[in-house]
Design a binder for this molecule. Structure first.
Ligand SMILES: Cc1ncc(COP(=O)(O)O)c(C=O)c1O
Length: 387
């Protein structure tokens, strides 16, 4: 009998982290690499938040309860709130606490890389349903309906999305919640972590807010990593029915207990402190998005839709597939495209297959304008060099 659990063989290490560390290694070896692989804002955590981490007592669940009421019109009492060491940890706890082998979890693709692998770790089955570029990478109610079976336990919903940046309007969410209302045993996990990063006056909404009848079987997940540039502080949270929150608490009591109290303090300040800096960040992100979308659409063989939110674009590289680099390498798929782009031009992006939809790639534009402009120039040069 081997030491490592068989379930661990069902998953692969995170491909986005693999590309980020490859880019870091190449940089350390002296290559001129621009990393567009990692999904971390490049801003510094605001000073008031850093200051609050130094003293004080945690009232984080209260602050989260107030946040849900203020920003989402959702009433979650402190016993309906769980706090973990990052959104990923809360997601992990929620799935591990509820899934049994044989259960199914519906995940629209392209998806954030951790969803299917955490489902696999639990012993359940991810049911991946593809979205289409023509639909703005958004799931249609018909596709959702077809994916649900008597074994479906969860539907994972992520808007704005990592990796596409697609965000669902109120009407688009309502169309999906109407389907979910008909399937009383299906739970909804809404990953709202990019809530504040929406552009062009887009109005963010979340399923439990749009369809109150679903709230009793919805987990509304969020965190401070993206909106407050606090990725390293590791605070994520979720609101849901007390029974689910209690099960999550039981699992967490046997692993991390609670997230670091210093980080909890900082998160209290993040949620209760001034929010006005967000306007400037959103403006910067929107400028970067517009630059990247426009420059990528000028690259031959690429086609890049304009996403509503997050800090990612997900261009199609269909027009480059089958072509050859000047060194004679054939671009057979999006992974070849990303590998050759890194080798030839030192630009690190993540291939679409990692997110379950090809032939695309993901660019994280959470980096400065100058680097983005240079990276896009290199991408244009790379695409022009293909024949
Ligand atoms: C869609 C999505 N959900 C959740 C997370 C988790 O973030 P954290 O664990 O830093 O809170 C991420 C991070 O990349 C993400 O992209």
């Amino acid at each position: 009998m081997g030491l490592v659990a068989r379930t661990l063989e069902r998953v692969k290490p995170s491909p986005t982290m693999a590309i980020t560390s490859k880019a870091r290694e190449m940089k350390a070896a002296g290559f001129d690499v621009i990393g567009l692989g990692a999904g971390e804002p490049d801003f510094d955590t605001p000073d008031n938040i850093k200051q609050a981490a130094i003293d004080g007592i945690p009232e984080l669940k209260q602050a989260i309860s107030e946040k849900f009421a203020r920003e989402n019109g959702l009433d979650y009492k402190p016993n309906e709130i769980t706090v973990g060491s990052g959104g990923k940890h809360v997601l992990y706890n929620a799935l591990l606490a509820t899934l049994d082998p044989g259960d199914e979890v519906v995940i629209p693709s392209p998806y954030w890389v951790s969803y299917p692998d955490i489902v696999l770790l639990s012993g359940a089955e991810p049911v991946v349903v593809e979205t289409k570029l023509e639909d703005g990478f958004k799931l249609t109610p018909e596709t959702l309906e077809q994916a649900i079976t008597p074994k479906t336990k969860w539907f994972i919903f992520n808007s704005p999305s990592n990796p596409t940046g697609a965000a669902y309007t109120r009407d688009e969410i309502k169309a999906l919640t109407d389907v979910l209302l008909r399937h009383e045993r299906v739970w909804v996990l809404s990953d709202d972590i990019y809530e504040h990063l929406v552009y062009d006056d887009f109005k963010f909404t979340t399923p439990a807010q749009i369809e109150p009848k679903l709230k009793a079987r919805t987990l509304t997940l969020n965190g401070v990593s993206k909106a407050y540039s606090m990725t390293g502080w590791r605070i994520g949270y979720a609101g849901g029915p007390a029974e689910l929150i209690k099960a999550i608490g039981k699992l967490q009591s046997q692993s991390t207990s609670n997230p670091c109290s210093i980080s909890q303090w900082a998160a209290v300040e993040a949620l209760r402190g001034p929010q006005d800096f967000l306007k400037d960040w959103v403006k910067s992100f929107q400028e970067r998005r517009d630059l990247v979308v426009s420059m990528l659409n000028q690259a031959s063989g690429l086609s890049c839709p304009t996403p509503e939110g997050a800090f990612y674009v997900y261009p199609s590289c269909a027009g480059c597939i089958g072509k050859t680099t000047p060194k004679g390498q054939t671009i057979g798929n999006d992974e070849d495209f990303a590998t050759a782009l890194l080798q030839e031009e030192g630009v690190a992006v993540v291939h679409g297959a990692a997110f379950g939809l090809s032939p695309f790639f993901r660019i994280s534009y959470a980096t400065g304008m100058e680097a983005l402009e240079e990276a896009c120039r290199r991408i244009q040069r790379f695409c022009a060099s293909l024949s």
